[in-house]
Write a protein that binds this ligand. Sequence first.
Ligand SMILES: Nc1ncnc2c1ncn2[C@@H]1O[C@H](COP(=O)(O)OP(=O)(O)O)[C@@H](O)[C@H]1O
Ligand SMILES: O=C(O)C1=C[C@@H](OP(=O)(O)O)[C@@H](O)[C@H](O)C1
Ligand SMILES: [Mg+2]
Length: 175
Amino acid sequence: MTKRSDSIVLIGPMGAGKTSIGKRVARALKLPFVDTDAVVVREHGAIAELFAERGEAHFRSLERQAVSDALGNGGVVALGGGAVLDETTQRDLSEHRVVFLTVAPRVVATRVSGSKRPLLQGDDSAQRWTEIFETRRPIYETLADATFDTSHGPLADIVTEIVAWAKNNETTEDQ
Ligand SMILES: Nc1ncnc2c1ncn2[C@@H]1O[C@H](COP(=O)(O)OP(=O)(O)O)[C@@H](O)[C@H]1O
Ligand SMILES: O=C(O)C1=C[C@@H](OP(=O)(O)O)[C@@H](O)[C@H](O)C1
Ligand SMILES: [Mg+2]
């Protein structure tokens, strides 16, 4: 696999583990870690409030900028689940090693229940998660260089698998 950048980008649906697994992968590889949602929150405030007060399109434009900055800086980057909807981001990702974290619907429900994710509020959140995931799945699959299912087993095992994959797929200077 020839990729220009040595960074690793985690994509996938809400609750797949991008933030928590990304943090641990970065620590294991001794690389900096950035979660683009955390950047947006730090610079602009809570995501739920941005959605409520300024709308999803506004959040997406802040997210696009955070993603572009993070990809430029390198390291391990965890995206928000919807960041891949942006076509500029899709193009930019072709230069990076992209890891798609997937998860079974029956497992994710407990992971995201009670969370403040604005797209998962209300009684039908499980159904909404599935609809959103099915809509985005082709994009995730197209962008992915590798896919890991986080539904089973301890989080540490998935981290180990991703670290091994990253070491086997390192970029080299002359690419
Ligand atoms: N493989 C896993 N096994 C068990 N719990 C997990 C796993 N991955 C993530 N979680 C838990 O699920 C929740 C959501 O994870 P998070 O990293 O925020 O996902 P994402 O960033 O993809 O939305 C967190 O509470 C996290 O600890
Ligand atoms: O899938 C989405 O559209 C979203 C995912 C969230 O991030 P996580 O995927 O880290 O939960 C966050 O960016 C926002 O609530 C919107
Ligand atoms: Mg996250």
